[in-house]
Design a protein around this ligand. Structure first.
Ligand SMILES: Cc1ncc(COP(=O)(O)O)c(C=O)c1O
Length: 445
């Protein structure tokens, strides 16, 4: 065994990879090509790899590269959370499955389609789980996310909605390129976007589906009135390269507790109905009415006009959704494992994660609750973050975390935390971990 090679990657990482590789066909080639390895090996083995870390996550490069660079030895179990390098974002598979299944059951019982927003996980593998649960398509914020997902999807071509205005020629062209392979739709609220997307679609010889964006109260994007929305829809309907699919809205302003959402959701329903009535008068298509969010997700039926919902956060959840009353701590599938690195200041410990791990997001429904929740020390408060340090007030804890101890943090807002990771750790029910690539990480354009 070559100690130099071993030193290039943390052992836990290699073990996670070994488990990953064993699951696919490439292992057989690896095993047979290396005389040091017994064919027919079934348990996870230590794998020594020369490729840089990123290449490990690329199955295609594994196929090409590992035959030459791998030797195998010591049978060993896959790593547990206690042995991975921190700070580490760990995703609990069982909770993800439960969150996906719960929503699928709710949506099916109300006849609502689910088009989950991939901005939360940015992962093809998680998107596949959502598609397997019966969702009809996926949502992304940016064309770059769609590009990364479609590329990683290989031969599958999911129906993708870009839930973000596309107004510039460059972005519209990239959208049109994707429309050659997949059904692509986009939500827009300006004539500038109509022209940009149409020009790109015509030049690529494709048709792009358009949802016109109605502001239902958030005041971010969207036409303010049914009249303005119908005028924009009319422009879409007569513009070549575009297909008017319907209406888009996002009730992101509703953070009331579920039991108090009937009134604000009724107001959303009234606004959408006004638009639908106007569309009907002008013979405009509203086959799709796309709405929904995580805070309102299980009340979506209170807006009966909505045909599909686009929650994103629900798949992992976070302290925003816990404090909002939309889920429990047990529904939080993504946590960040940190190590206590200092207790030099009285009444305080310091974690090895700061804004580069947790972001600076405060908790919307509980702004005074600190920068996340430490599961093992519920009385502790993460009071201050700098880039790589998280200061924790432990003065109210009866027992305090020791230096070197690992703690589990549920962040305030999981979506931007995932975007800060090249890969996260996927933890199966038996506790074993493997790396899961964040395919669309950093794809912000
Ligand atoms: C347009 C749009 N649709 C859907 C979502 C998903 O909402 P949530 O984060 O509540 O799951 C978002 C979230 O930012 C959004 O901006």
């Amino acid at each position: 065994m070559d100690d130099l090679l071993l030193a290039r990657l943390p052992v836990c990482h290699l073990l996670g990879l070994a488990k990953h590789v064993l699951a696919d066909e490439f292992l057989a080639a690896v095993v047979l090509s290396d005389p040091a390895v017994r064919p027919g090996l079934l348990a996870p083995h230590l794998v020594l790899v020369e490729e840089p870390r990123d290449a490990l996550f690329d199955r295609r490069s594994q196929a090409g590269g590992m035959r030459h660079n791998v030797c195998m030895s010591v049978v060993s179990p896959a790593p547990g959370v206690e042995s991975i390098a921190t700070p580490a974002l760990v995703v609990d598979a069982a909770r993800v499955h439960r969150n996906i299944e719960r929503l699928a059951a709710y949506a099916a019982s109300h006849g609502i389609a689910v088009r989950p927003h991939c901005k939360t996980h940015k992962s093809v593998e998680v998107a596949r789980l959502q598609l397997a649960a019966g969702v009809g398509g996926l949502t992304v914020a940016k064309v770059g996310e769609a590009e990364a997902l479609v590329a990683a999807f290989d031969r599958e071509h999911p129906d993708i909605l870009v839930a973000y205005p596309v107004v510039d020629a460059a972005r519209a062209q990239r959208l049109a390129v994707r429309a050659r392979e997949s059904t692509m739709r986009v939500a827009i609220d300006t004539v500038v976007a109509v022209e940009a997307v149409s020009a790109a679609a015509r030049s690529a010889g494709v048709t792009i589906g358009v949802l016109v964006d109605l502001d239902v109260g958030m005041g971010r994007t969207g036409m303010p009135t049914a009249e303005a929305l119908a005028a924009l829809a009319q422009a879409v309907a007569v513009t070549p390269g575009l297909r008017l699919d319907g209406i888009f809205c996002y009730p992101g302003h509703i953070w009331a507790k579920p039991a108090e959402q009937a009134t604000p959701l009724a107001a959303v329903a009234v606004k959408i109905q006004e638009a639908i009535d106007r569309f009907d008068r002008h013979g405009l298509c509203h086959e799709v009415v796309s709405g929904g969010s995580t805070p309102t997700v299980f009340q979506s039926h209170l807006v009966p006009q909505v045909t599909e919902i686009r929650p994103g956060t629900y798949v992992f959840n976070d302290m925003n959704t816990v404090h909002g009353g939309f889920c429990t701590l047990a529904d939080c599938a993504a946590t960040i494992v940190c190590t206590v690195v200092s207790d030099a200041v009285a009444g305080q410990v310091v974690l090895d994660g700061g804004t580069k791990t947790f972001t600076s997001d405060r908790c919307g429904p509980a702004p005074d609750s600190g920068h996340g929740f430490i599961v093992e020390y519920p009385d502790a408060m993460i009071t201050k973050l700098t880039e790589e340090h998280g200061q924790v007030d432990v003065s109210r804890c009866r027992q305090r975390p020791r230096v070197g101890e690992r703690v589990t943090v549920i962040p305030n807002h999981i979506c931007p935390c995932v975007n800060l990771q090249d890969a996260v750790w996927w933890r199966e029910a038996d506790g074993e971990l493997r790396p899961l690539r964040v395919d669309a990480r950093g794809r912000l354009s």
